[in-house]
Design a protein around this ligand. Structure first.
Ligand SMILES: Nc1nc2c(c(=O)[nH]1)N[C@H]1C(S)=C(S)[C@@H](COP(=O)(O)OP(=O)(O)OC[C@H]3O[C@@H](n4cnc5c(=O)[nH]c(N)nc54)[C@H](O)[C@@H]3O)O[C@H]1N2
Ligand SMILES: Nc1nc2c(c(=O)[nH]1)N[C@H]1C(S)=C(S)[C@@H](COP(=O)(O)OP(=O)(O)OC[C@H]3O[C@@H](n4cnc5c(=O)[nH]c(N)nc54)[C@H](O)[C@@H]3O)O[C@H]1N2
Ligand SMILES: [Mo]
Length: 700
C-alpha cells in the first residue's frame, strides 16, 4: 500500500515565537517531516531541531485531548471529562457570577510568551471588562515597547537586509534564541559577510567567541555599561552632531548625567575592563552602518527600562536610528488594526483605572500591562481588591514565573483557575477546568501578526486536531459568545481573519495563497514626520517619566541582591547567579516531553567556572544544590571557563514530564524556585530580577 503524501507550505511555531518558513510533509494524516522554505524572507531556509522534535509531540500520550474538570482536591490529579459546551458554560457562568458579585477586575486573564492568538485574549478580557491580563511581558520585550512609545516610536529592529558593518549583540544570544521577529541566520550571514561583532554578555557563548570585542560584564549592570559607552562617544565627539542638533532634545542634561559614568567607574561597576569599554564604544560609533541587537539579558533586572532606553540612545547618538543597515522602525503591514481587534476602547475608563499595580508601575500601566506579584498579592490579601479567578492560555506559570513556591501557593488558593494548554503540565494540574488546545500544525492562522518586522504570513493547517482539541482562537471566540458577546465574535473563526485582513483589501481565502504581506520599509522617517512625542523630537530627558515620579534620565542602581550587599548576606550567598540563558533544544519550559530532544540534552545545567568548582569539589556532571533566600534546587554542573569565576548561569524551565502527574518534579530543578518576584523591581515596569541574583552552590 502506498502512503498518501502531501506537502503543506506553512510557518513553523514549534517554538513559541515561530516564524520560520517550512514545508510540512504529511502522510496519511500525520506530519512526518519538516523541510525548510528557502524562499522565506526572514528565515531564509533555516529550521531547527525543535521543529523536528515537535513532530513526535503531536501524538504524545500527555497531550490534552478533551476538556476536563477537577474532581477532588486541587492538585490531586483527579479529573472528569467534559463536552466543550459543558466546559465553556462552566467557565462563562462562573466568570459572569464573579463579575456580578465582585466586578470584572476580580478575573485576571493571562497568556505566555508571544504567540499568534493573543489578540483574542485581549478582546475577551476587554469586552468582559477586566483590565488585568498577566503575561511574562514585564521582563521580556514589553519594557522596550513601552519606553519606545514614551519616546515617540516603535522599537527599532536590526536591519540585517541592508548589510550592517558592525553588530552589537547585547544580552542576546541570537544564534540560539532566534528571538521575536529576527532569526539568527541573518546575523550569521552578516558575520560571514565580514561585519565586526561586539558581544556584551557575562558568558562566553559561541557568539561571544566570534566577537571582535567581548565585554564580559557582571549581570544586571547593563545600564551602567551603556552609559559608560555613551560617555566615551560624547567625550570623544564621535556622535552624530547633525542628528542630535536637529532631532533631539535634552542632550545637555544627558551629557551631565554621563559625567557619572567615566570608564574607570564603569569598570568597577560592570567588571568589564575600561580599555575594552573604550574600544567597543569607538568601534560601534565609527563603523557605519551599525546595528544593535538586544535581548532579555538586559531586561530581567531592576535596571531594565534604564538599560532599554540607554540602548535606544546609543543607537540614536551614533546616527544608526532608522537608517538602512542600522536599527529600523518597520511598521505594520498596511493598516492592520491591532488595537481595533483587541477592542481596547471597549474597556471603560472606570475599569481601566483598576489595573492591578497601575499606581505603582506606571510605564507598564501605560500599555495596560501588569507584573505577577500584584496578582499574587491580590489573591493572598484581597488588596487592593480580591482576585477570584485566573483564566490563562499557553503559559506554564509554575515553571516560568519568578518565585515559583509563591506561584504554587497562590494557584492553589485562587477560587477558580482555568488553564488552556496543548499538554498536561504542573500548572494545568492545579486548574479547576483544563481546556485542550490544538497545536500550530492543526489550525489556520495569520502568523507573525503580533510582531513588528512588518511582515505577516499565512500559517496553514497541515493536519486535523487530535481528540477534541481546539485552536486557542476558536476556544476564545466561543468563550466570548458564551460570555454574552455574540455580536463581537464570529460565526466561524475564519471570518475574524477576514476582519483583520480587510484594511489590506484581502480575504483569508486570498491571503492563504500568498507568500506574505509586507510593509515596505521607509527609512529616516523622523526627517519627514518627526517623532511621535510631545516635542516631536527624540527626548533624552523624559518629562513623562518625571511626571510619573521616575528618573527622567537613565541611571544604574545596584540590584537588590548583589556582591555590594552586607557582609552577612554575601558570605551566605557569595556567587552571582544569572538564569535562563536560552538553550538550543527547548523553548521556555516546553518540549521536555520529546525523547529526541532530551537525548542530546537530558538534564538541567548550570555553568560554573572550573576554579569555583574546584573550591567546592564539584566536577563536571555532578549534581549541585543552588540556593537563594527563596529555596534550593538541583542542577548538573557544566564546567565552563567562559564564565567569570564569581558568576554562575543556570538554565530555566526544567520539569520532568516522565515523572508523571500531578507533580512532574516541578520544584526539583526549577530555577524559578530561587528567583524573586520583588519588590524592589524596575520602578516603571515592575520587571523582576532573574539575572543578577546571589546564590550559594554546593555539591549535592
Ligand atoms: N528564571 C527565568 N525565568 C524566566 C525567563 C528567564 O530567562 N529566566 N524568561 C522569561 C521569559 S523571557 C518568558 S517570555 C517567559 C515564558 O513564559 P511562558 O510563555 O509562560 O512559558 P512556558 O513555560 O514555555 O509555557 C508555555 C506553555 O504553553 C503551552 N503551549 C505551547 N503551544 C501552545 C498553544 O498553541 N496553545 C496553548 N494553549 N498552549 C500552548 C506549552 O505546552 C507550555 O506549557 O518565561 C520567563 N521566565
Ligand atoms: N531555543 C530557544 N529560543 C528561545 C527561547 C528558548 O527558551 N529557547 N525563548 C524565547 C524567549 S521567550 C525570549 S525572550 C528570547 C530571549 O532571547 P535572548 O534575549 O537571546 O535570551 P537569553 O539567552 O536569555 O539571553 C541572552 C544572553 O544574555 C546573557 N545574559 C545573562 N545575564 C545577562 C546580563 O545581566 N546582561 C547581559 N548583557 N547579558 C546577560 C546570557 O548569557 C545569554 O547569552 O528567546 C526566545 N527564543
Ligand atoms: Mo521572552
Amino acid at each position: 500500500m502506498t502512503a498518501c503524501r502531501t506537502e503543506v507550505r506553512t510557518i513553523c511555531r514549534a517554538c513559541g515565537h515561530g516564524g520560520c518558513g517550512i514545508y510540512v510533509a504529511v502522510e496519511d494524516g500525520e506530519p512526518v517531516k519538516i523541510l525548510p522554505d528557502r524562499e522565506h524572507p526572514v528565515s531564509k531556509g533555516y529550521t531547527c531541531k525543535k521543529a523536528h522534535g515537535f513532530l513526535e509531540l503531536q501524538t504524545h500520550p500527555d497531550r490534552l485531548l478533551y476538556p476536563m474538570q477537577r474532581v477532588g482536591e486541587r492538585g490531586e490529579g483527579k479529573w472528569r471529562r467534559l463536552s466543550w459546551d459543558e466546559a465553556l458554560s462552566i467557565v462563562a457562568d462562573k466568570l459572569n457570577q464573579i463579575k456580578a458579585e465582585s466586578g470584572a477586575e476580580a478575573v485576571v486573564f493571562g497568556h505566555g510568551t508571544g504567540r499568534d492568538f493573543h489578540r483574542f485574549v485581549y478582546r475577551v478580557a476587554n469586552l468582559y471588562g477586566s483590565p488585568n491580563v498577566l503575561t511574562p511581558g514585564h521582563m521580556c520585550y514589553l519594557p522596550r515597547i513601552a519606553i519606545c512609545k514614551v519616546m515617540g516610536m516603535d522599537i527599532p529592529l536590526c536591519d540585517y537586509d541592508n548589510k550592517p558593518q558592525c553588530v552589537v549583540a547585547w544580552g542576546s544570544n541570537h544564534l540560539i534564541s532566534n528571538p521575536d521577529e529576527n532569526k539568527g541566520i541573518n546575523l550569521a550571514k552578516t558575520l560571514t559577510g565580514g561585519a565586526k561583532l561586539i558581544v556584551i554578555d557575562p558568558r562566553g557563548s559561541k557568539l561571544a567567541n566570534k566577537a571582535d570585542i567581548w565585554l564580559r560584564l557582571r549581570p544586571a549592570t547593563d545600564s551602567a555599561l551603556a552609559m559608560g559607552m555613551m560617555h566615551v562617544i560624547v567625550k570623544e565627539g564621535l556622535y552624530d552632531h547633525d542628528f542630535v542638533s536637529k532631532y533631539t532634545t535634552g542632550f545637555e542634561q544627558l551629557k551631565e548625567r554621563l559625567e557619572k559614568f567615566p570608564p574607570d567607574v564603569v569598570e568597577q561597576i560592570t567588571w568589564a575592563p575600561k580599555e575594552k569599554i573604550i574600544q567597543a564604544a569607538r568601534l560601534y560609533a565609527t563603523t557605519k552602518p551599525a546595528a544593535l541587537q538586544w535581548g532579555v539579558g538586559v531586561e530581567q533586572n531592576v535596571n531594565c527600562v534604564d538599560a532599554d532606553r540607554a540602548l535606544v540612545y546609543l543607537v540614536a547618538l551614533t546616527g544608526n536610528l532608522d537608517v538602512p543597515g542600522g536599527n529600523v522602525i518597520f511598521g505594520l503591514p498596511p493598516g492592520l488594526p491591532r488595537a481595533k481587534f483587541a477592542m481596547f476602547d471597549q474597556l471603560p475608563d472606570e475599569q481601566r483605572r483598576k489595573l492591578l499595580g497601575g499606581d505603582k508601575y506606571k510605564l507598564g500601566a501605560s500599555i495596560n500591562r501588569i507584573t505577577p506579584h500584584v496578582v499574587w498579592d491580590a489573591i493572598e490579601s484581597g488588596d487592593p481588591y480580591p482576585v477570584r479567578a485566573l483564566v490563562v492560555f499557553a503559559s506554564n506559570q509554575l515553571m516560568a514565573r519568578e518565585n515559583a513556591n509563591r506561584v504554587y501557593d497562590t494557584l492553589k488558593k485562587v477560587e477558580f483557575f482555568v488553564a488552556t494548554d496543548i499538554f498536561k503540565t504542573p500548572t494545568t494540574e492545579l486548574a479547576d477546568v483544563v481546556l485542550p488546545a490544538a497545536t500550530w500544525l492543526e489550525n489556520d492562522n495569520i502568523a507573525d501578526y503580533w510582531k513588528v518586522h512588518g511582515y505577516i504570513f499565512p500559517r496553514l493547517k497541515a493536519v486535523e486536531p487530535r481528540g477534541e482539541a481546539w485552536p486557542d482562537h476558536i476556544i476564545l471566540n466561543e468563550l466570548g459568545k458564551k460570555l454574552g458577546f455574540k455580536d463581537e465574535f464570529w460565526e466561524t473563526y475564519e471570518e475574524s481573519l477576514d476582519f483583520i485582513l480587510e484594511p489590506a483589501g484581502l480575504t483569508w481565502e486570498e491571503f492563504r495563497e500568498m507568500p506574505y504581506l509586507r510593509n515596505e520599509p521607509e527609512f529616516r522617517k523622523h526627517e519627514k514626520y518627526g517623532f511621535n512625542s510631545a516635542s516631536g523630537k527624540l527626548d533624552f530627558y523624559l518629562k513623562q517619566y518625571e511626571e510619573w515620579g521616575y528618573d527622567p534620565l537613565p541611571d544604574f542602581v545596584e540590584p537588590p541582591e548583589s556582591p555590594e550587599r552586607e557582609e552577612e548576606f554575601v558570605s551566605r550567598y557569595p556567587v552571582v547567579l544569572t538564569t535562563g540563558h536560552r538553550i538550543f533544544n527547548y523553548f521556555g519550559s516546553e518540549l521536555r516531553q520529546s525523547g529526541y530532544l532530551r537525548k542530546s540534552h537530558p538534564d538541567p545545567l548550570i555553568e560554573i567556572h572550573p576554579e569555583l568548582a574546584k573550591s567546592k569539589a564539584i566536577e563536571d556532571g555532578d549534581w549541585v544544590w543552588v540556593e537563594t533566600p527563596r529555596g534550593r534546587v538541583r542542577l548538573r554542573a557544566k564546567l565552563f571557563d567562559g564564565i567569570d569565576p564569581r558568576v554562575v548561569s543556570a538554565e530555566f524551565g526544567w520539569w520532568f514530564p516522565e515523572k508523571g502527574a500531578p507533580d512532574y518534579g516541578w520544584n526539583e530543578s526549577n530555577i524559578n524556585v530561587l528567583t524573586m518576584d520583588g519588590p524592589p523591581l524596575d520602578p516603571g515596569m515592575g520587571a523582576t530580577n532573574l539575572k543578577g541574583l546571589m546564590c550559594n552552590i554546593e555539591k549535592a
